[in-house]
Design a protein around this ligand. Structure first.
Ligand code: PLP
Length: 437
């Protein structure tokens, strides 16, 4: 029993004792407890339990695209929960929100990705995409096609398949997951992909999985023709192309989906995060007409893959309203317009501060590469970005440091951000770099 403590102290003590935080240092957590206990969110702002208001420069985890505190979504949730929160969609059961969301996604997704399998998040979506690619080749009579090629610095989540496909080494070493079938293609050279396919044997490869813009890998943006060439190579070798649009979907990059920048339609597309802007846990996988038809024609009995929450009625109703808001408020266009402001701001910072080695942004997905020396590109050891994050926090801005194999700050504000708010973010970053240098 904790007595005579303020509410903050009480919650911190309970957090330290009972709450294992996702992707965080358990020992630091034990030592310090939570840094901020968030109590409220409105628009681009989060407020902690002590009343400290901060710009949510990360849309929390790249996902709160429409901003916090939307009453419309609370109303939809209440209405749907009161009517039907959940029913199983196994076998032949269904519900209207899941059906309508599947149809809406088919309308807005690239190419002929017209069939959806629902999950509860990004990791489950990638596991599903991997399993279904292998299943597809089994049905097609090519059981040897089991390997999945992914890219270095990629992040696909923490379920076993998603972890195995993740190129960022610390995630794999830490979880010690077996990954005999996954290979890493470095950099942006499609020739490296071709070489890897040849080395492994094209007839053993089921799919190539890629984020349109790598997020946790440090906002790495592929050059203009890269994915067209990747698509051509996949077609040449009969390899399925999986786009992991978990971060990049639903307007984050200034187009509805990241692959739209490259005018490429994958065979399989994974989504999560922005589909509900974090108002409910939902993800999914979309399949091209050809794949969907193959599953229909070749299926042998029950597809033994399904999550309890696949097609969750309340989550799907939230997603429908969220997409309606994105369309109604032209948030994809705003993401593009504010994305150019973000890039301009980052370029201004790079000119001014010697520890910024590179800046990049596509829509509202931005990265700042920290270096000791701009000329030699020498890095700081240990990385400096965590310090920059805490200095920015002191000044009212939440951003994120990615330090796996690198030293990068990443930013991804809500798509509703206005110019004045973007300027404020840049001003805070400017001050932050000035105190650190
Ligand atoms: N794929 C990408 C590109 C991601 O960035 C993430 C999470 O950040 C995931 C997959 C995993 O999604 P989730 O955390 O919802 O399982």
């Amino acid at each position: 029993m904790i007595e005579n403590l303020t509410l903050v102290e009480e919650l911190k003590a309970l957090d330290k004792k009972h709450f294992i935080h996702p992707t965080s240092s358990i020992s630091q957590q034990q030592e310090k407890g939570p840094n901020m206990i968030i109590a409220e969110g409105k628009g681009i702002y989060l407020t902690d339990i002590t009343g400290k208001k901060m710009i949510d420069g990360m849309s929390s985890l790249w996902n709160v695209n429409i901003g916090h505190g939307r009453e419309e979504l609370a109303e939809v949730a209440k209405e749907q929960m009161t009517k039907l929160a959940f029913n199983s969609c196994f076998s032949s059961f269904s519900n209207e929100p899941a059906i309508r969301l599947a149809a809406k996604l088919a309308q807005i997704a690239p190419g002929d990705l017209n069939a959806v399998f629902f999950t509860s998040g990004g990791s489950e979506s990638n596991d599903t995409a991997i399993k279904m690619s292998r299943h597809y080749w089994l049905l097609k009579g090519q059981p040897n096609r089991q390997k999945i090629i992914s890219r270095s610095k990629s992040y696909h989540g923490v379920a076993m398949g998603a972890t195995s496909a993740t190129g960022l080494k610390p995630f794999r070493d830490f979880t010690n997951s077996p990954s005999p079938d996954f290979y890493y293609v470095d950099g942006f050279s499609v020739e490296a992909l071709r070489a890897k396919i040849e080395q492994e044997g094209p007839e053993t490869i089921a799919a190539f999985i890629t984020e349109p813009v790598q997020g946790a890998g440090g906002v790495n943006i592929a050059p203009e023709n890269y994915f067209k060439e990747v698509r051509a190579i996949c077609d040449e070798y009969g390899i399925l192309m999986i786009a992991d649009e978990v971060i990049t979907g639903f307007g984050r990059t200034g187009k509805l989906f990241g692959m739209n920048h490259y005018e490429v339609a994958p065979d399989i597309m994974c989504f999560a995060k922005g589909v509900t802007s974090g108002y409910a846990q939902l993800g999914g996988v979309m399949f091209s007409d050809a794949l969907h038809q193959a599953f229909i024609d070749l299926s042998q009995g029950t597809l033994l893959h399904g999550y309890t929450y696949s097609g969750h009625a309340m989550a799907c109703s939230i997603a429908l309203k969220n997409i309606e808001i994105i369309e109604r408020e032209n948030l994809v266009e705003n993401s593009k317009a504010m994305g150019s402001e973000l890039l301009k701001g980052l370029q201004y910072l790079q000119e001014k501060h010697s520890i910024i080695g590179d800046v990049r942004a596509l829509g509202l997905m931005g990265g700042i590469q920290i270096v000791k020396d701009q000329q030699t590109k020498e890095a700081f050891h240990p990385p400096l970005s965590p310090k920059l994050v805490s200095e920015a926090e002191k000044r009212g801005l939440i951003i994120r440091a990615v330090t796996f194999d690198q030293d990068t700050l990443v930013l991804s504000p809500p798509l509703i951000i206005k110019k004045e708010e973007m300027n404020k973010m840049i001003d805070i970053l400017d001050e932050t770099f000035t105190v650190i240098e």
